[in-house]
Design a protein around this ligand. Structure first.
Ligand code: ADP
Ligand code: ADP
Length: 226
């Protein structure tokens, strides 16, 4: 894992839409940072810039000591967990986990080992031969996380991963993500508009408003002020 550093990160969309305005933020190695704020404040744009899915208009992005502004998503060594799971419906769970590794030219033995380890950590070994449609929402979520985990990436990005789940499952998944985080110590940037989710999961919260950082602090510091 590695740290993520944002220095003056800015995004201006065409039509002079200033979505993110000079954000400075350091996410330490192994830290779980939650980016929280109302719809339209620029969370998704910021996350997508870190992922390399959106160009950075201005500023510097570093993974560890490496400036990655210009690198393609695949070169950044960052894994993204999406809201809609983005699993391949025609593939088994095993092949959903293995697919990205096969594409990157990993050896078969190594792939099998990585899939086993990730499946064990996420307790999805029993479903490896099933197709995603045979899984519950929570199980699909774990497969989506497993797909990121097998790569042993420098950092994890989460884009509102729980927002499609029902309330009960969302609570359960929050707990699972938290436990997983404690065990794996992944450097993570997690986007949500849900304050409860932010409080439960974040080591540190970053409150974004109109493209700028409004507050940074622990959940206690932000939500338990007298
Ligand atoms: P959030 O994730 O917090 O809801 P977004 O990052 O999606 O916020 O959006 C931030 C701002 O940028 C909004 O005003 C939105 O309308 C605008 N925006 C997002 N994507 C685009 C785009 N592709 N082109 C132009 N404007 C965009
Ligand atoms: P395809 O549909 O692409 O033919 P397969 O289901 O045959 O995919 O699996 C592709 C590779 O993944 C094979 O080499 C197979 O041995 C391996 N594989 C698939 N499922 C498992 C599993 N549950 N445990 C270990 N290896 C598996």
């Amino acid at each position: 894992m590695a740290s993520i550093t944002l220095e003056g990160i800015t995004k201006t969309y065409s039509g002079d839409v200033r979505a993110v305005k000079g954000v400075d933020l350091q996410i330490e190695d192994g830290e779980f940072v939650v980016l929280v704020g109302p719809s339209g404040c620029g969370k998704s744009t910021l996350l997508r810039m870190v992922a390399g899915l959106e160009t950075i208009t201005d500023g510097t992005l570093k993974i560890g000591d490496r400036v990655v502004n210009k690198l393609e998503p695949a070169e950044r060594d960052i894994a993204m967990v999406f809201q809609n799971y983005a699993l391949y419906p025609h593939m088994t769970v095993y092949n959903n986990l293995a697919y990205g590794l096969k594409n990157r030219g990993f050896k078969k033995d190594d792939i099998e080992k990585r899939v086993r380890v990730a499946a064990q950590m996420l307790e999805i070994e029993a479903f490896l031969d099933r197709k995603p449609r045979k899984l519950s929402g929570g199980q699909r979520q774990r497969v989506a996380m497993g797909r990121a985990l097998v790569r042993d990436p420098a950092a994890f990005l989460f884009d509102e991963p729980l927002s499609n789940l029902d309330a009960k499952l969302r609570v359960q998944m929050r707990v699972e993500i938290k436990q997983l985080q404690r065990r794996l110590k992944t450097t993570s940037l997690y986007v949500t508009h849900d304050q409860l989710e932010a409080m439960t999961l974040g080591d540190r919260l970053v409150v974004l408003n109109a493209g700028q950082i409004e507050q940074v602090g622990t959940p206690m510091e932000i939500y338990a002020r007298p």
